[in-house]
Structures are given as structure tokens and as C-alpha cells.
Write a protein that binds this ligand. Sequence first.
Ligand code: PLP
Length: 377
Amino acid sequence: MNLFDVYPRFNINITHANGIHVYDESNQEYLDLYGGHGVISIGHTHPHYVKTITDQLNKIGFYSNSIEMPIQEQLAQKLGELSGYTDYDLFLSNSGAEANENALKLASFHTGKTKVVAFKNAFHGRTAATLNVTDNPKISAPINQNNFPVEFLDLNDFDALENVLKANDVAAVIVEGIQGVGGLDMPTDAFLQHIEKMCEQYGTVFIMDEIQCGYGRSGKFFAHQHAGVKPHLISTAKGMGNGFPIGGVLISPEIKPWAGMLGTTFGGNHLACAAALAVLEVIESEKLMANAAEVGQQLTEAWSAIPQVKTVKGKGLMLGVELDFPIKDIRNKILKEYHIFTGSASNPNVLRILPPLTIQFNDIEPFTNALKELLEA
Ligand SMILES: Cc1ncc(COP(=O)(O)O)c(C=O)c1O
């Protein structure tokens, strides 16, 4: 049997990893400035993470949501403390798309409405509802299109948002704190505050997709916390499990549950919760949010000073280096000649940088030097 050939892959076989580095079968070291799509939050094979998961697996790896799950409650408690959302509830799933799918469903249950406002260049996942609110017809099959009405607006268009919401038929506004796949564009703080106000005024649920930009990556626990807003629903995944599949929705106390409203077989299993708890414990004990803020600021200054760099977008350790031309060749050379993983975006001129939150400014010097050399060549 062959693999269904949907992934363009680099010709590299990563066999082991440690901290900010990954290694291939011949032990060639690579600096990981991409963390496998922004997933590695506390570094590869962190000893506390490995021990916590191993200990849990030796006790029990999985049982379904038909029994009591104190480890889920422990996770909810810790996530509430670190994020500041102590009064919210948590629903656990296995991936980012599922988290958003459940968030959209909750908004529709809560409001009884079907229309959703999303933004151009957004990416919210590849399930039915999430593809319908993702602005990319190429990855959307006919079955995913128009299964409920969606308006795609420009980010930061205040008037367009109010014009749509005032019809009072919108279930949810969904927005990323920092656009990941799209290329690191951001809603302004004022625009997020406007969304919050409009949603309150017109009975619409405000969903923040924090799947890529959340979990400390922006320098605060959630990227929207830079704007001081409080959405009704917050979706998380990626960095939540540092590679162990887990996602979740933080749910405002205004939205009430009923038995059977949502459900999943694997979501919130013992092993996933152990992984997610270890991640939060390391984020807290190693002060990774403060590190992300500080190193992100230093990198933004350093890269903005390179004359050929047009802009540095993003916040904390979710950054995009924008050039005046496509980054494809430079990204390939950085990988093949300098052994550094970076990411691309749907904006072809943006190099996406999503390193583990443990990284230090000096660790990134090889990348900065490589970028300068290649841009000067
Ligand atoms: C902002 C955002 N939302 C949702 C998703 C979907 O997450 P997953 O691939 O875990 O389903 C992604 C994945 O890249 C993402 O970046």
C-alpha cells in the first residue's frame, strides 16, 4: 500500500530530537524554527513531558468519557489559572479543526442562528464547518461549500463588520489572533475591541481561534489578551500538547451545556491530558510567556534592521519575515545549506518562524546570519 500522496515533503527523515533541535538518521542536526507547524511549545522531548507521559502510560493511557476523569479537571484548573479564564468551562477534542468545529456548533446552538462572519485569508481547519469559514476554495470540496451562509470580510474593516452584524442573523464571528497560514496579518487591538462590542450589541458569539497564536506564543497566554478583550469561545490545539494530539474550546459561562450536546471518543483521554498538563507546568515553571515576549521583541528589532527585509510581522515567537519577492528559494537554501527549518505561508513573500518557546536570542543567530548572507548574495 502507498501513502495517499497529499503532502509535498522535504527529502529528510527526522529520527530524533532534543529541545530546539531535530536530527536525521545520519545525526545531522537541524535548528527547528518551525516546530512542525507551531506545535512544539516547550521544546522537543522535554524531560518533564517525557516523564509525565511515560508515568501516565504505565498507569492507563485511555478510557472513554463515560467515567470520571479527575485528570481532565486538573487540566481545566491549570489552564484556567495560567490563561486567566478561571470562570470558563473546557471541552476537550483531538485537533484544531475539531476545536473550531465544536466552537461554531456551540455558537449556533446558543444563538439559534446559522450565519458566520470570517475573514479573508483565514485558516480554521479542514472539517466541514471549518472549511466553510476558511477563505481558500482550493482545499474546499463541493460538500464543504455553502453548508451555511458565511461572509468573508477584510481584517480591520470596522464598517463592514457592523453592516453585516446589524441584520441580527449572525451566529458567530470567528477570527485568528494572528493569522498563521495566511501570513501573519493581525487584527488591530481596536478591531478586536470593535468585534467584542458589536457581538455584544447584536447577540453574536465572538470566537477567537488561538490554535496557532495561543498557548504563550504571542508573549501572553492568548494573543487576544494584548487587546484586553474577552471572547465567548476560544479554540486551542497545536502547542497545547507539544505534539501529542489535543485540542480544546474554552467556553464562557453564558453558554450552558446539556448532556449529549458535544462528544468525542478520544478527546480528553488520560494520556493527552497528561501531556497537556506537563506543557502547562513547563510554560509556568520556565516562564515561557515572558521569554516569548522578550526574544520576539529582540528578533523583530534584529530582522527589521536588515535592509532587504520589508517588514517583520507578528508578535512574540510567531513571526513573519516579509521580503519583496517570494521566499521559496531562500527557505530551501536555509534548510539544505544551513540546516534550519522555517515555514512558508499562503502569502508567498513571508517566511514563517514558529520556534519552541524555550529558544533564546543567541540560538537564532545562525538563522539571522544565513538570512543576511543569502539576501546579500
Ligand atoms: C489558526 C488555525 N486554526 C485551525 C487549524 C487547524 O488545526 P488542525 O490542523 O489541528 O486541525 C490550524 C492549523 O494549522 C490553524 O493554524
